[in-house]
Design a protein around this ligand. Structure first.
Ligand code: MF3
Ligand code: CO
Length: 237
């Protein structure tokens, strides 16, 4: 899992080079897929429940599961890239919201707070806590700024499958759900909206957008539960 996570991290890091004004999400996908393969991995998403692409690329009000297309990125957009890799029988999964050129202040704050919320969740991902301690920390942090957390999509266990038990919601009271034990591997992935938490799925059957058209951000890491601090397997700079 560490190797799968490192491939995810390396590809995510390299995406900064291709995410710019004028690039299409299809070009970004092709670049990512080539990188994944050259590092010895395989996309975890292509073909998953019929999903047609190697990555998810969700722009602005798109929350998650955006399908790469010939649509060009514009100055001020925010783009969430979700990337899953299979390597030697194990999965890694991460997401990151990138700015395109210069973004407005509210978008910058939304992105910052969502990434912070992910780390608030990771802080609670330690031996002896319960799953919903992660959930609660994420929700608290995001709502403190007047943002809302998406409830329709949740984090998950990960390992030999992309999605395993338990579900890891981004909301809820603390102290509930399974006890966290050393070596458990989770994909923690807050999706935070600037406005309403409600989302709808477009006619393509995949792309989830905010119901009010305001922006959304998405950050995700695959982590291993340890006694003092979770180890992040998909960390990149
Ligand atoms: N990170 C998301 C998840 O774990 C992405 C899944 S995309 C899909 O659900 F295409 F594979 F569905
Ligand atoms: Co995931």
């Amino acid at each position: 899992m560490s190797q799968a996570g490192q491939i995810v991290a390396e590809v995510m890091r390299s995406l900064k080079e291709v995410i710019r004004v004028g690039a299409t999400t299809k070009e970004i996908e092709r670049f990512a897929d080539n990188q994944i393969r050259s590092l010895g991995g395989k996309s975890a998403f292509k073909g998953y429940r019929g999903y047609p692409s190697s990555i998810c690329a969700s722009i602005n009000e798109e929350v998650v599961h955006g399908i790469p297309s010939s649509k060009k990125l514009r100055e001020g957009d925010s783009i969430s890239i979700d990337l899953g890799v299979l390597h030697n029988g194990f999965f890694g999964d991460a997401a990151y919201t990138f700015p395109v050129g210069k973004i407005d202040e509210e978008t910058a704050l939304l992105m910052k707070v969502t990434e912070e919320a992910l780390y608030c969740g990771i802080d609670k991902a330690v031996v002896g806590n319960r799953v919903s301690d992660i959930s609660h920390a994420i929700q608290q942090h995001a709502e403190q700024y007047g943002f809302s957390v998406v409830k329709t999509f949740v984090g998950h266990g990960i390992g030999r499958q992309l999605h395993e038990e338990p579900q890891v919601p981004n909301f809820g009271p603390p102290g509930q759900g399974p006890r966290l034990r050393q070596g458990m591997t989770l994909a923690i992935e807050p999706m935070v909206n600037a406005g309403t938490f409600e989302v709808k799925v477009l006619e393509d059957g995949w792309t989830a957008v905010t119901a009010d058209g305001k922006r959304s951000a998405h950050f995700e890491h695959t982590v291993v539960i340890m006694p003092d601090r979770a180890r992040i397997l998909t960390k990149f700079n």
